[in-house]
Design a protein around this ligand. Structure first.
Ligand code: SF4
Ligand code: SF4
Length: 307
């Protein structure tokens, strides 16, 4: 395909974060693609899960503008999404405060790249584009177009993935990547299915296959979730699995559980499933990092908290 053709490929994006210092080296432009096949009970980006744009409401921003005979509700009260859209779907376009809004919109790769290029002068030698979500591999044509365009302009490319996708999708994307951030949540298939909605067989298999390839740089990221995997046995098993991949993984990042996504559930009219779990203290995180480090450090594999 020509550059002009790649630029016309369309996808659904729900956020573009500029000047980010997460999800890759240096300064990043993080593009969040909508859609994820998993349903992790602790998910901090519930607005990413559905592939379709969604209507959301942040009632604290409402100024009761008085434009409508029937006012906007102060919460969704669990009403069906289709009913809300039918009744209120036009209101985001006239809401003066942005209290009611659409999450996710259709864009061409060319439009997204125009945003990415605004950050390019600040990338220096290490920064670049990171595709995240959601699960960017659910929109393979769009992800491929963005990576292809960025690569063509000499922009560093990274992809964050939960790994649940067909191998043929990775075959399309891997040649255009400098860095792959691969999330590994649990090696126990049954626990994985219970708390994320899907078994981990495909995720483990894809990681094994990627580890057999010479590129791209591969970092394994483990969200450390109390009540799911924040214990020595679970993390030790993950460390053992990573070691079994040989020397291709360049580091393990442990991502501490946080509750920043809580208000998003309310805005979407959904219950927050992980509400009873406390956050881990720094001391607890250090202790868990030591468990992983004790296992992998002798093989020269660094462990870092954060990512
Ligand atoms: S893989 Fe990530 S985006 Fe998808 S449900 Fe899990 S936490 Fe959310
Ligand atoms: S349009 Fe916006 S400001 Fe007006 S009532 Fe609805 S949410 Fe509130």
């Amino acid at each position: 395909m020509e550059i002009g053709d790649w630029e016309q490929v369309e996808g659904i994006v729900f956020d573009i974060q500029r000047y980010s210092v997460h999800d890759g080296p240096g300064l990043r432009t993080n593009v969040f693609l909508k859609g994820c096949p998993l349903r992790c009970a602790w998910c901090a980006n519930p607005e990413s899960q559905s592939l379709q744009p969604e209507l959301a409401l942040s009632a604290h921003n409402c100024m009761t503008c008085g434009q409508f005979e029937t006012p906007c509700p102060i919460c969704w009260e669990q009403s069906d999404a289709a009913i809300r859209i039918e009744a209120l779907g036009e209101r985001p376009y006239v809401c003066p405060t942005g209290a009611i809004y659409w999450i996710g919109a259709r864009h061409t790769a060319g439009e997204v790249m125009a945003e990415v290029r605004r950050d390019a002068p600040f990338y220096d030698r290490s920064g670049g584009l990171t595709l995240t979500g959601g699960e960017a591999t659910m929109q393979p044509a769009f992800a491929e177009a963005l990576l292809q365009l960025a690569q063509g302009e000499g922009i560093h490319t990274a992809l964050e993935t939960a790994g649940h996708t067909q191998w043929s999708v990775f075959e399309r994307l891997l040649p255009h990547l400098d860095l792959l951030l691969y999330d590994l949540k649990h090696v126990d298939g049954e626990l994985h299915r219970r708390y994320t909605g899907l078994d981990n067989a495909l995720i483990l298999e894809n990681l094994r296959r990627i580890a057999d390839l010479p590129a791209p740089k591969l970092i394994v990221r483990v969200p450390v979730i109390p009540g799911f995997n924040a214990d020595a046995a679970s993390l030790s098993a993950i460390a053992a699995f990573v070691l079994s991949l040989g020397r291709r993984v360049s580091e393990i990042n442990l991502l501490p559980y946080h509750t920043l996504g809580k208000s998003k559930y309310q805005a979407l009219g959904r219950a927050y499933p992980w509400k009873d779990q406390p956050r881990l203290t720094n001391a607890e995180m250090q202790q868990l990092a030591k468990v992983v480090s004790d296992e992998v450090a002798p093989a020269g594999l660094p462990v870092r908290i954060g990512g």
